[in-house]
Design a protein around this ligand. Structure first.
Ligand SMILES: *[C@@H]1O[C@H](CO)[C@@H](O)[C@H](O)[C@H]1NC(C)=O
Ligand SMILES: *[C@@H]1O[C@H](CO)[C@@H](O)[C@H](O)[C@H]1NC(C)=O
Ligand SMILES: *[C@@H]1O[C@H](CO)[C@@H](O)[C@H](O)[C@H]1NC(C)=O
Ligand SMILES: *[C@@H]1O[C@H](CO)[C@@H](O)[C@H](O)[C@H]1NC(C)=O
Ligand SMILES: *[C@@H]1O[C@H](CO)[C@@H](O)[C@H](O)[C@H]1NC(C)=O
Ligand SMILES: *[C@@H]1O[C@H](CO)[C@@H](O)[C@H](O)[C@H]1NC(C)=O
Length: 622
């Protein structure tokens, strides 16, 4: 299908740099227009602390202050048009950026910055639930900051003082839109997550839907159901929720806003029910608009609707934000937005996030390079960082296998300054290294393959090996190449379009006033190929394994021999997150080991390990 795209080449006037000092100026690109409807949404998800924007990538260099200015202008536009705009966030606001992770306590700056946006509906992600302190803070800070709009349809909190189990926030929300008075019933879900800290309770979606409040909510007869959730669009939870609401309401439009999978995606459930997911790390501001919604009068239970859903994935940079608002560097920033940008600058300064640890000699990619390869971040870890760093003084002569799951790495390394911030972008987790001593090599050497082939050994529950890899690969859209064959790039974030005829003519050399296309998302979803607001040249994405492994301190070949003899036994060292899988894999390989055999190998986190390695090996100033 050749998608219908309207391209507008925006003016090439120089654009001011983004609000964070040092952020690169955005690069002009041919733009697609946002299409307004009666109800319109701005959507963020999986921000993971990136409120300062991307300081090494021009196409995502706007910050949260800019987003506040943007939302305020868009609300004003909605008022002028007599339509409605709702601002949504679907969780995983924390973990993954120095602005959150580098402070003590974590999030010292981010909760106050986040609350500055006026948000109409928000919910919880799995990252808000890994640690008891994060759960508490969500309950005692974010929920009260958004008292009217926080929804927790399937999440409870255990009060520390009483042990009482109470809803983390209201179960659902009834709202009336400002300009047209549409009645909206909004629900807020988390996928069936089961690794949460035990001061929280995640109720499986299927159970929640049997609750009386839920059954009442879906009988409210609103003009629109809004289901927000930290749920991948292709995960079964959304399918289930759709069916139950639809069975009760044959024609009512249902809008889903999802997340967790870190992708741009749109899914059609039926003619009147669509979903969008808006990427990750504050790279994307999602835009969804719905037209053709009919108001239900009281005695009219259901009207056959014929609604139109549209969507755009807005690259979060000032060029685009100016473009969509028709404003410029003088007229765009609001006082409020500027103040919030200043809060971010202050926080970054206090946390010394720009302190340089060294200079990365080249880009190292998670999935933009094949694995293994010279420019793969996983090859770099496996061949350089781990062998130099995974050392326990008492066991340093013992041959060892060190296993790290690829999901422990969250972001790429860019050539140039490697800062304190970079360490948290790459790996924000607090996991340490454990080990099992003296594992027969014949047993230990089988573990990696089991972890990477997944399958029946681990089942489909919480030990499903998909939990080991990067979120982009967990619940892929059917448009993505799923083959891991050498030639077929998988494209967890956007498809690599090989015959990309509609885009090539635009990739001019800059003559004739046409900008050269910058590499970026080229999303393919249920609504077609025209979702990205800026036209990009495609980037290839490759599949990564679940885990990588370094062989460390193995004996060299004996004199006159080509090949070394394998050691009898090794220490099996692993990042503690993968421990449940390691035990299972060892047992399957004939090793009778359990949690009692596990000891601490190193109290350093992967973040510490990487930071020390960079200080030692990439000393140069940029
Ligand atoms: C909120 O929870 C955190 C983490 O448990 C705690 O340190 C903090 O004191 C709590 N704040 C309030 C206002 O209760
Ligand atoms: C939470 O779970 C851990 C590990 O199972 C347990 O040691 C701890 O006592 C539990 N805490 C509470 C408050 O139940
Ligand atoms: C920004 O727009 C305003 C109003 O249209 C105009 O007066 C001003 O000259 C513009 N500024 C720049 C830097 O383009
Ligand atoms: C912005 O900050 C200034 C100085 O702190 C303050 O006077 C002003 O009220 C703030 N404006 C908004 C809209 O937040
Ligand atoms: C480790 O090996 C070195 C060199 O072979 C040796 O000098 C040292 O004593 C050994 N240390 C331990 C703890 O076995
Ligand atoms: C890790 O930290 C604990 C608690 O501080 C300490 O007892 C232990 O020796 C440390 N282990 C290693 C391997 O450094």
């Amino acid at each position: 299908m050749i998608p219908r795209i309207t391209l507008v080449v925006a003016s090439l006037a120089t654009v001011a740099s983004a609000s964070q000092p040092g952020a690169p100026a955005p690069v002009a690109a041919p733009m697609r227009e946002l299409e307004w409807g009666q109800i319109n949404f701005l959507h963020t998800t999986d921000i993971h602390g990136w409120l300062g924007g991307h300081l090494q990538e021009p196409q995502y260099s706007a910050d949260y202050g800019d987003y506040i200015s943007f939302a305020s202008h868009m609300r004003q536009k909605a008022d002028e048009k007599g339509v409605d705009l709702l601002v949504i966030d679907t969780g995983d606001r924390i973990e993954g950026n120095g602005l959150y992770d580098a402070s003590d306590p974590k999030g010292k700056y981010t909760y106050d910055i986040f609350r500055e946006q006026s948000i109409d509906a928000l919910c919880t992600g799995n990252h808000e639930l890994y640690l008891e302190a994060s759960v508490d803070r969500e309950h005692n800070t974010t929920v009260p900051n958004f008292k009217k709009s926080y929804i927790a349809s399937n999440l409870d909190y255990i009060e520390p003082e009483t042990g009482n189990q109470i809803p983390q926030a209201q179960r659902y929300l009834k709202l009336k839109t400002k300009n047209q008075g549409f009645n909206v019933v909004a629900l807020g879900f988390l996928f069936n997550f089961d690794r949460n800290a035990n001061n929280s309770v995640v109720q499986p979606v299927e159970e929640t839907m049997k609750e009386e409040w839920f059954q009442n909510a879906i009988r409210e007869k609103p003009d629109l159901f809004l289901v927000i959730g930290h749920v991948g669009l292709r995960m079964k939870e959304y399918e289930t929720i759709f069916k139950v609401i639809r069975d009760q309401n044959w024609y009512t439009p249902i809008a889903f806003l999802g997340g967790h999978a870190h992708v741009r995606d749109a899914r059609k459930f039926d003619d009147n029910a669509f979903a969008i997911a808006s990427g990750r790390y504050f790279e994307t501001i999602g835009w969804m608009s719905i037209d053709g919604i009919k108001k239900k009068s009281q005695n009219q239970a259901s009207i056959e609707a014929a609604v139109t859903f549209r969507r755009k994935y807005i690259d979060n940079n000032l060029f685009g934000l100016y473009y969509h608002t028709g404003l410029n560097e003088t007229t765009f920033p609001t006082d409020h937005g500027r103040n919030v940008s200043n809060m971010i600058t202050e926080g970054r300064k206090a946390l010394k996030l720009d302190n340089s640890f060294g200079c990365a000699p080249k880009d190292l990619w998670m999935s933009r390079a094949p694995y293994p390869a010279d420019n793969s971040i996983f090859s770099w870890l496996e061949t350089q960082v781990l062998p130099d760093s995974i050392v326990n003084e008492e066991r340093k002569n013992v041959s060892r296998l060190a296993i790290v799951n690829t999901g422990a790495i969250r972001f790429d390394i860019f050539q140039g300054a490697f800062t304190r911030d970079s360490t948290f972008l790459i790996s924000p987790f607090v996991s340490k290294f454990n080990y099992i001593a003296d594992v027969p090599y014949a047993v230990a050497s089988k573990v990696l393959e089991l972890l990477n082939s997944g399958g029946q050994v681990f089942g489909a529950g919480s030990l499903d090996t998909k939990h080991l890899t990067i979120p982009e690969q967990v619940a892929p859209s059917p448009f993505l190449y799923t083959s891991t064959a050498e030639k077929g790039p998988v494209s967890p974030m956007s498809i690599f379009v090989e015959d990309d005829a509609q885009q090539k003519p635009l990739g001019g050399k800059g003559d004739g006033g046409e900008p050269e296309l910058i590499g970026g998302y080229t999303t393919h979803d249920d609504l077609g190929d025209d979702g990205d607001d800026a036209v990009h040249s495609p980037i290839k994405f490759y599949a990564v394994p679940n885990c990588i492994q370094s062989k460390i301190a193995f004996p060299p070949p004996e004199e006159g021999q080509d090949k070394a003899k394998d050691p009898e036994t090794v220490d099996l060292v692993f990042i503690d997150y993968v421990q449940p899988w390691i035990i299972k894999a060892l047992q399957f390989s004939g090793g009778d080991f359990g949690t009692d055999d596990v000891k601490v190998y190193s109290n350093n986190t992967l973040t510490d390990v990487i930071a020390s390695w960079v200080k030692e090996h990439w000393k140069n100033d940029c």
